[in-house]
Design a protein around this ligand. Structure first.
Ligand SMILES: Cc1cc2nc3c(=O)[nH]c(=O)nc-3n(C[C@H](O)[C@H](O)[C@H](O)COP(=O)(O)O)c2cc1C
Length: 172
């Protein structure tokens, strides 16, 4: 089979399930966005919509579903943290990808300089202040101004077509 035979005719309008499937072809890293400075009032959301916006000033963005139970907490607070997950943290990615009463139970956290919980063992932590919020269809686009960062020499977790793997799995 050559590459051309795999191309399906474009559909219009694009239905959400197909669009999700297409976007799943875009391999990404995985983050957990954390928010809340009190142990009984915090949230974490697995997200791969994360990207850099600007280097100077340092700005990042991600989008949060309007239907996400965590949205009110991200609207209430003006700081949050990006935790870029390492290859051994697939369980963490899955834990924060489903609604739950206490997603943090059994998860080791550190306290960031701005009081936001940071997920221990991650590849990088980026603490942000919310700079802008924009409407984005069924999501809210959150732009964060980077306040401080930490990074570690670990293998990244990768997400592609509905599956998680480590970057070294892709090198074989
Ligand atoms: C790989 C992956 C990436 C995801 N990326 C996003 C994202 O960028 N934005 C989003 O709102 N939800 C995303 N989700 C879904 C949320 O993690 C999920 O809806 C979660 O339950 C939201 O947290 P909450 O239920 O505590 O609000 C993603 C899920 C997975 C598995």
């Amino acid at each position: 089979m050559n590459a051309m035979t795999e191309i399906t005719a474009p559909t219009s309008p694009v239905d959400p399930a197909t669009f999700r499937e297409v976007m799943g072809r875009f391999a990404t890293g995985i983050t957990v966005m954390t928010v809340g400075t009190q142990p009984d009032k915090r949230a974490g959301v697995t997200a791969n919509s994360f990207n850099t916006v600007s280097l100077d000033p340092p700005l990042i963005l991600w989008s949060l579903a309007l239907k996400a139970p965590s949205l009110p907490l991200f609207r209430e607070h003006d700081t949050f943290a990006v935790n870029i997950l390492a290859a051994h943290q697939k369980d963490v990615a899955l834990r924060f990808a489903r609604p739950a009463d206490d997603k943090f139970a059994g998860i080791e956290t550190l306290e960031g300089a701005h009081g936001v919980p940071l997920i221990a063992g991650a590849m990088a932590h980026i603490e942000c202040r919310i700079a802008h919020r924009y409407p984005g269809g069924d999501h809210e686009i959150i732009v964060g101004e980077v306040l401080n960062t930490a990074h570690f020499d670990r293998e990244p977790l990768v997400f592609h077509s509905g599956s998680f793997c480590g970057i070294r799995d892709l090198e074989q």
